[in-house]
Every structure is written in C-alpha cells, then in structure tokens.
Design a protein around this ligand. Structure first.
Ligand code: FES
Ligand SMILES: [Fe+2]
Length: 439
C-alpha cells in the first residue's frame, strides 16, 4: 500500500514532476528504428514522458526528435516537409535541423538574423540494436547509454506493445514472481509438462519463497522452490533496473538474454519495449523457454499516425481482450484470454489508468514489488531533495545483468552463488551451463 502522495510521486512523469525529472537523467527508448524506415520519409508522432514530439530520419541518416509545435506560431511539425537534413514547417517554411537550430526562415527578410535566435526543443538521438534512444535530460553532454546486452548484440531485435496504463503497474507485473503459475499456467498440472522443464517446478510449487536484494542497478529477487532432490533448490532470478527496466526469468540463467523497458508515453500510456538477443552459448532452449514466446502470433492493429496509434494489439479493453470463457470450460486456458501478452495486458490495464495503491492489500509474495517501490522512492527523493544523480546514470556497467532460472545446491547462497551466471557479455562453457542450470 502507498499513500496517494507517494503513488503520485512514483507515477507522474510529465515535465517538472520529480519522477519525470529522474527519468530525464537517463537515455530513453523512443521508438523502433523500423518506425522511421527511410531517409526524408514521413515524420512520426511520438509521445514520451508526457511530451508531444515528432521524430524524423534525415537525408544523412540522423534521427531528429523535436517538440511537435513549431516555435513560430505552433503549427505541428508532424505536417512538416522532411527534406535536406531538416524538418520544414509547412505553415511559413521555417526549417529546423536535428539540433533544433532554425536553418531557414523564408518568411522573414533575408537580411534579418532572427533565425539565429530561434530554436526548437530538440532531444539528441542515437540508434542501437533496432531502437532509437533519446536523452531528454538537463546535461549538455548526455551520459553514456546503458550497457544492456539484449540491445547490443548484432542480432538483437526489439518488439513493442502499447499499454493503456501507467508504466509502474506494467513494471510491477514483470517483477511479480507469483502470477505466472496462476494467470498464465493455472490450468496446467506438473503432469502436463516435462519433468525438470521451465514450468515443471513452478507448477509443483505454485507459491515460491521470495528473497529480495538491493543492488547498484535497482533490485534483484530470487524465487525459491524445491526440486525432486533434497540437495537442490530451483531458483528463478529476476531484476528491476532503474528507472523502468525489468529482466524476467523467462529462460535459463546464463543463457537467456532479454530486457524490457516500460517507457511512459505519458501518465496513462506505456510503450513496452522488449529487447532480445539470441541465447548465449549456443544453448537451445525448449520452446516453452523461448523469451518473448507468443510474440510472433499476436494479432496487431495497423499502426496509425495518432499519438496513441503505434504498436497496438487487436485484443484490448474495447473487446474484453477477446475473452473466451468457453476456452476456460474446455481447460485450454486459465483466464480465457488468447495469449500470454493479452493475459498480462488485461489484468494490468484493468487496474485503471493509474492504479490506486492506497486501496491495495499486499501479501508476503509481493515483497519484490514493495522493495522496488522503496528503491524508486528513495532515488526520486534523493534527486528532488538533495540533487543526487540517480543510480546507474553515470555507470553503464551496472546494466550488465542477466536473469533466468537455475538449480543450485541448497547450501549455496543464491545471490553470491550466481554472481558469475548473472553477468552479461559472458559465454560460459556449455558444460558449466548444463551442470548448473535447469533444463
Ligand atoms: S508556424 Fe511554423 S513556420 Fe509559422
Ligand atoms: Fe505475466
């Protein structure tokens, strides 16, 4: 439970809000590179942290991200002409480069130097791993990009889904260690899955013992279940990384390389970026272990140019997420929803645009959610009250993390004992992986 004030402190991200200020210290995924496929192509409406922006790819393949209202009299640069390394407002022809400089002002006399005094709000952008990243913060020279392995492999890919809710409830769904065995797989029993598989121990013991550790990047949890042996435990280890990243234990520790960014478009809309790199070490996970499973089959709506027109799924609140109660009766699914993504989206959006955390009742299984909120509150207050730069902003190496499932001897401390396996940018010998991981 949170007070209304603390809930607002965590959830409000617009310009000038404490959490908005915190997020603006970090690089932020703004869009997929594929959303701006061609140089001098159509500009893209992007709402980010409550700001209405227009992105464009220039003649020389740079990415621009400008406030959508033209500095002259406010016409939208979405209607602009993207030409010769700049975006030209179609109202009076003022033209802006990616840095926001006004490079042409045909509506003023040629001898007038007014254009030198006018700037559009512009945020620097870089592309990496199929994503366009932007920095909306206070520094002239931005900090380094975070070392997120899933976004840095030559074969990295990124998928996006838009949710109609605040980023924090989306994030809390990712670090909730218990719902998988109910919402996603509550219709199954251990006999339905292969012994020792990804799902097997979760179905054997639906409610794990959860332990949380504060780290330099945020919070890390271990969810512990018994195995068939008296000698070992099955651990699922996941991370929350400031300000809005998660690593879900959706595969095998040391092998699985995936990170999600729950990026606020505004207080009530979130763009969920899932970054995926191929499994490390050439290990072939079982189909049920494949990160992001189900993404390929999900039915999407065509993108539109609306502020909320990108990356929407067909299953949404307007059609009750294609709920099929007959599928529940037939035992095909637990919730009657078409896939894992719809299941997560339905429950998360159903809490309302911004979950009222003053009304909730958290149990022992919610310890990761509780600790992550505390970590975020600590960081946001430290910045607001003492000007402390948030964790990880100046140290990209703290993001070199992996998550996943692992079987450990009972005598081993789960956090210390997995230090090497949780490190990113490492390929472990296949023998080490097969000896130590679940599979
Ligand atoms: S409003 Fe954009 S040039 Fe006049
Ligand atoms: Fe889920």
């Amino acid at each position: 439970m949170l007070t209304k004030d603390d809930n607002d402190l965590l959830c409000r991200v617009g310009p000038g809000t404490p959490m908005g200020n915190l997020m603006r210290h970090y690089w932020i995924p703004a869009a997929r590179s594929a959303e701006l496929p061609t140089r001098d192509g159509a500009p893209l409406r992007v709402r980010l942290l409550g700001e209405d922006l227009v992105a464009f790819r220039t003649t020389s393949d740079q990415i621009g991200l400008l406030a959508h209202g033209c500095p002259h009299r406010g016409a939208s640069l979405f209607y602009g002409r993207n030409e010769d390394d700049g975006l030209r407002c179609v109202y009076h022809g003022w033209k802006f480069d990616v840095a926001g400089a006004c490079v042409d002002m045909p509506s003023e006399p040629p001898q007038c130097d007014f254009k030198k005094k006018v700037r559009a709000t512009a945020y620097p952008c870089v592309e990496r791993g199929g994503l366009i990243w932007t920095y909306m913060g206070p520094r002239r020279t931005p900090p380094p990009l975070p070392d997120l392995e899933a976004n840095m492999d030559p074969e990295s890919l990124a998928v996006t889904v838009q949710w109609a809710c605040n980023y924090l409830q989306a994030l809390e769904g990712d670090i909730d260690a218990v719902h998988f065995a109910v919402l996603h797989t509550g219709h199954l029993t251990p006999a339905d899955t292969q012994e020792g598989s990804y799902l097997y121990y979760q179905l054997m013991t639906p409610v794990p013992r959860c332990v949380v550790v504060d780290t330099e990047f945020g919070t890390c949890y271990g969810a512990c279940r018994p195995t068939d042996s008296d000698e070992t435990y099955y651990w699922r280890i996941g991370n929350a990384l400031l300000p809005f990243y998660t690593q879900v234990p959706s595969g095998t520790l040391a092998v699985n390389r995936i990170v999600r960014a729950l990026v606020p478009m505004d207080d009530e809309h979130t763009m969920v970026f899932t970054m995926i790199a191929p499994p490390a070490g050439g290990y072939e996970p079982k189909p049920s272990e494949i990160p992001g499973r189900g993404y390929g089959d999900i039915e999407r709506r065509p993108d539109s140019t609306d502020w909320y027109g990108r990356s929407r799924l067909r299953a949404d609140a307007s059609n009750d997420y294609l709920l099929d109660r007959d599928a529940i009766r037939r035992g095909e699914t637990y919730a009657g929803l078409p896939d894992l993504i719809a299941e997560d989206q339905a429950v998360t959006e159903s809490m309302g645009p911004i979950s009222d955390r003053s009304q909730e009742h958290l149990g022992t299984s919610d310890v990761m959610i509780i600790r992550t909120r505390q970590r975020l509150l600590k960081a946001v207050r430290a910045l607001r009250d003492r000007g402390e730069v948030p964790p990880g902003v100046d140290d990209p190496t703290v993001y070199r993390q992996r998550s996943g499932a692992v079987i450990l001897p009972r005598s081993v401390d789960w956090f210390e004992g997995t230090r090497a396996l949780r490190k990113a940018f490492v390929t472990h010998p296949a023998a080490t992986v097969s000896e130590t991981v679940a599979g």
